[in-house]
Design a protein around this ligand. Structure first.
Ligand code: AMP
Ligand code: GLY
Length: 425
């Protein structure tokens, strides 16, 4: 099997790591990848957004299967373009990716499918949005309707914050067209969980749940990020809730998308809130989470490749994946300044020392090789140090031992990944 993974983050490194273990693989490429991924795959210097060049490359190399990691190429229709060229792509079509690409589409789809979610309204008139905020009261959530790379959501405790978000998104257009319309939602209360299912258009199998740590600071403070760490499995999300989520959220979404003629194939990410009234959907994404993917794949005992192929071929209904009983954790190392302006270019040393700790994996994200061969920081989130252990405390201690072995003065990390689970039990 000749495979191409698209993307350059820790998620894509973990995907390449898992795929490269498959006996079915003959050759793996990654576009554009990063220096860590180069250990598992041949890097192709094509950006994830350049769909025509990616299709041309896949054709020229007779790639059998493409696995896109990030949302942007999916929403832009990379799956459609590849399939038209006769190349299998494990990811939703552009139309099905609208569950992530448009918040109002997702909300309206949930309503049609009877999926429990926060009450919402969409506005393209800022005055009407302001009026609702003043009428409803706090807390309230203001979201840019379009794709905003994690920067389009404001959970407002004060009216000024909510009004400022309307101004920033709709008037100042800080997110461009993505903020031309906003969705204003009821604020859900509870524990948050990221749940993943592999879908073949009709059937789906669970890939498990993880808890992300979105805020940059310890104790879940400071601005939102792409995710500063994750662990799996979350103790407050037992098997019964996973089953309830498959039945009440994942299957109805698949059925509704199929009914509309836009079936969802690929990895469905359900961001959940475990509320007092049961599991509610915060949002759908059309892809794996980062760093949730790293934490989840560390626990996978089966070959990932046949599962991806079954998802593509509509043959998941009898499929089963085996998972380790161990806990896993992923700690993100980011460049100082992230999520604002990360300090780039600093040298990173000691990854070998971290990898010498048993049960550790280090996945690269924003790293690059300087002309003289040194490994340097080239992005906001730079490394994910992951570990498994018989319980979360053990996995955490191992991961932080790895983190401390890395010598990168410009980097920082949260010391408290897993704290909600560790505090509860
Ligand atoms: P997103 O960027 O869409 O992943 O959303 C960022 C974060 O905003 C989510 O992970 C939640 O923590 C929070 N959030 C979004 N919608 C709601 C909601 N309706 N109620 C409470 N929190 C929310
Ligand atoms: N870590 C959350 C995300 O990937 O969107």
């Amino acid at each position: 099997m000749r495979m191409l993974v698209i993307g350059s983050g820790g998620r894509e490194h973990a995907l390449c790591w898992a795929i490269s273990a498959s006996p079915m693989l003959t050759k793996l490429w990654c576009a554009p990848g990063n220096p860590g991924i180069a250990q598992q795959a041949e890097l192709v210097p094509i950006p994830a957004g350049n769909i025509p060049e990616l299709v041309a490359f896949a054709r020229a190399q007779a790639i059998d299967v493409v696995v896109p990691g990030p949302e942007a190429p999916l929403v832009a229709g990379i799956t459609d373009a590849l399939e038209q060229a006769g190349i299998a792509c494990v990811g939703p079509s552009g139309a099905a990716s609208a569950i992530e690409g448009s918040k109002s589409f997702a909300k309206e789809m949930c309503e049609a499918a009877g999926i429990p979610t926060a009450r919402w309204e969409r506005f393209d008139d800022p005055a009407a949005a302001r009026e609702l905020i003043q009428r409803r009261g706090m807390p309230i959530v203001v979201k840019a309707d379009g794709l905003a790379a994690g920067k389009g959501v404001v959970v407002a405790a004060r009216e000024e914050e909510a009004l400022a978000a309307v101004n920033a998104f709709m008037e100042a257009r800080v997110l461009g067209q993505a903020g031309a319309a906003v969705v204003i939602e009821e604020c859900l209360q509870g524990e948050e969980v990221s749940f993943f299912a592999l879908c073949d258009g009709e059937a789906a199998i669970p890939l498990g749940a993880a808890q992300d740590h979105k805020r940059v600071g310890e104790g879940d403070t400071g601005p939102n990020t792409g995710g500063m760490g994750a662990y799996a499995p979350p103790p407050h999300f037992p098997r019964e809730l996973q089953q309830a989520t498959m039945i009440g959220i994942v299957r109805p979404a698949l059925a509704e998308l199929a009914r509309r003629g836009t079936p969802f194939r690929g990895i469905l990410f359900a961001g959940l809130m475990l509320t007092a009234e049961g599991v509610k959907l915060i949002e759908f994404n059309a892809r794996f989470g980062d760093p949730e993917c790293q934490a989840l794949l560390l626990r996978l005992r089966s070959d990932l490749l046949p599962a991806l192929l079954a998802a593509h071929d509509g043959e998941l209904s009898d499929f089963d994946l085996r998972w380790s009983d161990e806990a896993s954790i992923a700690v993100v190392l980011a460049a100082r300044g992230y999520p604002g302006s990360p300090r780039l270019g600093g040298e990173i040393r000691g990854i070998d020392r971290a990898l010498a700790v048993p049960d550790i994996q280090v996945f690269h994200a924003g790293t690059a090789l300087a002309p003289d061969g040194r490994l340097i920081a080239a992005g906001g989130r730079v490394l994910t140090v992951c570990a498994t252990g018989r319980d979360l405390r053990t996995a955490r201690d191992i991961a932080y031992q790895g983190v401390r072995a890395i010598d990168w003065p410009d980097g920082f990390y949260r010391q408290d990944i897993g704290w909600r689970a560790l505090a509860s039990g």
